[in-house]
Design a protein around this ligand. Sequence first.
Ligand code: F0G
Length: 426
Amino acid sequence: MLLRQIHIQCVECGAQQSATEPVSVCAVCGGLFEIDLRLTPLDRGAFDRDTSGGKYFSGVWRYQPLLPRLPENSIVSRAEGRTAIYWDDRIAAYAGLPRVGLKHEGQNPTGSFKDRGMTVGVSHAKAVGARIVACASTGNTSASLASYAAAGGMQSLVIIPEGKIAGGKLAQSIAMGARIVQVEGDFDIALALLRQLTAKYPVYLVNSVNPFRLEGQKTIVIEMLEQLDWNPPDVIALPGGNLGNTAAFGKALHDLHAARLIDRIPRLMTIQAEGAAPFAHYFESGFDRYEPVKAETVATAIKIGDPASMQRARRAIQLTDGHVTSVTDDEILAAKSWIDRAGIGCEPASAASLAGVRKLVAAGVINRDATVVGILTGHLLKDADAVTGYHLGELGGAGRPNVNRPVSVEPTLDALERTLDDALSS
Ligand code: F0G
């Protein structure tokens, strides 16, 4: 059977796990698993041969030679991936670079990059006969899971920190039929509780501790490199929360190199919010001292104090000679206002990428002639409250750029003409 040919091993102790069962964490040491694809060199045309016969139009499954092979009848796809890279002069000027690309993962079916991992995670869940799939979430994973579970005919269970996830994300999970459990406390508590639950009951865990999720998320980097004609940028910048994506990006670069599709490895730069930056502190200590924090940030997607993929992410940063830093909430919101104002738009956590690039260019960590691609992880509409809060002055501190306050006028042509005069003279 196909599943038996997938090699899964613990990154800490090397214990093997069979892919014929649900996969979460190592039963021997509690470490996280990784899938070893035993890659041999691939040619660049390998992805033009669509093995699904065009069935999925998926920007994940078209990279099948770089993914674990799952039974065809278990694939649950919503045509994820195939996202654009935007090159905008105003954004580049803001970053202090000649050119910056922003790859917009908010263009996925549920509006975040999570869909790329979810299609692989939920397909594996289906392949092993799972009936209930579950995650803890700051919002996007739960929205994505709700959609893919519905597509695959499974029940989804999501545990979220009560009152701490953005409205758009909660609405998606409710509408798409997830069983939603709100817990008093933060994301870290929700995930710890769910891990205890899934250890006891036949509930399939699809948080990014699950190695199948990471395999799907690798395709962000694979697709980006294909879009760049396999010329790696100097730097790839992304926001960091639970650090699954940082780990996935490291694995993608490792696998692409093993398959000889790239000969140079770009530097990964993970950007955290200052109030939720345990990984940045760990990096600053030379990966010597790690301490969880009590997380606080306006970017609720990355409000995580004890990231589950910390050690896998450390390896990704070390492999790529990467860098980790943090930015303030005001810096995140200012960067977001430029991305929004350029007509691109993103949710707050995504803007940490650009805020971090700007900071690292100013600090000389990124050269002024470097080619940089930042990842926008979620859609603007995910968090409408962050937009109104910023433009109406409740968020963002002094000197907010790009403030755009709606005006109210009496319903007369006169009043309307006065506002037109204002608009034309500004
Ligand atoms: N950006 C967005 C929009 C996210 O939703 C997340 C994570 C991240 C960045 C960080 O990615 O965790 O792989 O480092 N959201 C998770 C969730 C935790 O539950 O939706 P990471």
